[in-house]
Design a protein around this ligand. Structure first.
Ligand code: UT7
Length: 329
């Protein structure tokens, strides 16, 4: 009997809102310039969920519907949905059940997972374990974030970076292909460098902190920048060494899209030519948990069965990780 002990990505879906926020518009909102943003980040524009009645669950549900439509999978077949997000619809209740409802996944249970920009990789690891254990045969893993809802559009340090979007993958058992390995790490000492100070159990909302705009994301960009390069380089080196892979054995690198200079530096450290590194930050900015699945969605036509993919992310927490994946199903 064939041993179907790996979890393969068998379908991909995505969604970005229609509204575009480009650098020229940001020039009118804060003291910045198109030249600075492009040179320092590689971002030209981002998508914004401009409809105030829509939320993260709507983008995630659209990504799921896109995946189901393109793969012909019946929504009732989905058994579990893991939603990686830092921008749930509400602090309570969880958003995953809302996504199941909106996407018509009548037989799925689901839960949210918050690991910021590394959330999709963490969720992929949990989802692949559910497949490998034999407990489930069809698991959806989503990365979705409505960053425009937590970004301060008077703070030029952060508002130029982030955008909104959602990407989804379906995991199914496979004998030959799929997720081979993960290295996932956390460093809680980095928590203060990228966070929202208020609104959680440590500092509940208060009218004073609202006036001080403390309910928005704040970041020490330089510290995060340095740690992101070191963190992603480290976990990528560790996973390639552990799987006896040289740089030339890797066909594609799918990095978290936070800053083109971070991506270039990690690729350089890994001696990976940039034509193997997938980049769409210029169009979407940093969509937090959605960057990696949106890259898989954008570039899936380039991946051939048997291609070796290296996924890596770094984010608030700090959280970081890498995954080695053999494409195909
Ligand atoms: O998803 C994971 C989490 N996030 C990240 O990985 C992001 C990590 N950090 C970064 O990408 C970069 O640190 C930033 C893009 C946020 C900032 O780039 P930087 O090269 O580290 O710039 P900086 O903070 O050192 O600022 C350089 C200068 C400063 O002016 P002075 O002090 O040299 O006069 C800033 O005030 O650029 C100024 N500046 C800006 N100027 C125009 C900062 N933001 C802007 C802006 N437009 N938007």
């Amino acid at each position: 009997m064939t041993n179907l002990n790996k979890a393969a990505i068998t379908a991909v879906g995505g969604y970005v809102p229609e509204t575009i926020l480009d650098n020229a518009q940001l020039e009118k909102m804060v003291d910045t310039s198109n030249e600075w943003i492009v040179a320092r980040t590689g971002i030209n524009e981002r998508r914004i969920l401009s409809n105030p009645e829509k939320a993260t669950s709507d983008m995630a549900a659209e990504a799921v519907k896109n995946l189901l439509a393109s793969s012909g999978i019946n929504p009732a077949e989905i058994e579990c949905l893991i939603l990686a997000t830092s921008t749930p619809d509400k602090l309570l209740a969880p958003t995953a059940p809302v996504v199941c409802d909106k996407a018509g996944l009548t037989n799925a249970w689901g839960f949210d997972l918050n690991a910021a920009c590394s959330g999709f990789l963490y969720a992929l690891s949990v989802g692949s374990s559910l497949i490998e254990s034999g407990r489930h045969k069809k698991v959806l893993v989503i990365g979705a974030d409505a960053m425009s809802r937590i970004v301060d559009y008077t703070d030029r340090n952060t508002c130029i970076l982030f955008g909104d979007g959602a990407g989804a993958v379906l995991l199914e058992p496979s004998a030959d292909y799929g997720l081979q390995d993960f290295i996932l790490k956390t460093d809680g000492a980095g928590s203060e460098f990228l966070s929202i100070a208020v609104g959680g159990s440590l500092n509940p909302f208060h009218e004073d902190t609202l006036q001080e705009r403390q309910h928005f994301v704040r970041q020490d960009g330089k510290t995060v920048f340095k740690n992101a390069i070191a963190g992603m380089t480290g976990v990528c080196t560790e996973i390639t060494d552990r799987n006896t892979l040289a740089a030339e054995d890797i066909d594609w690198v799918i990095p978290h899209q936070a800053n083109i200079r971070i991506i270039n530096a990690v690729a350089d450290n890994l001696k990976m030519p940039m034509d193997k590194v997938k980049v769409n930050i210029q169009r979407y900015g940093n969509t937090t948990a959605a960057t990696i699945p949106l890259c898989l969605w954008d570039f899936q036509a380039d991946f051939k069965p048997g291609d070796k993919l290296l996924l890596t992310a770094f984010g608030a927490g700090f959280t970081f990780g890498s995954s080695y994946l053999v494409w195909g199903n």
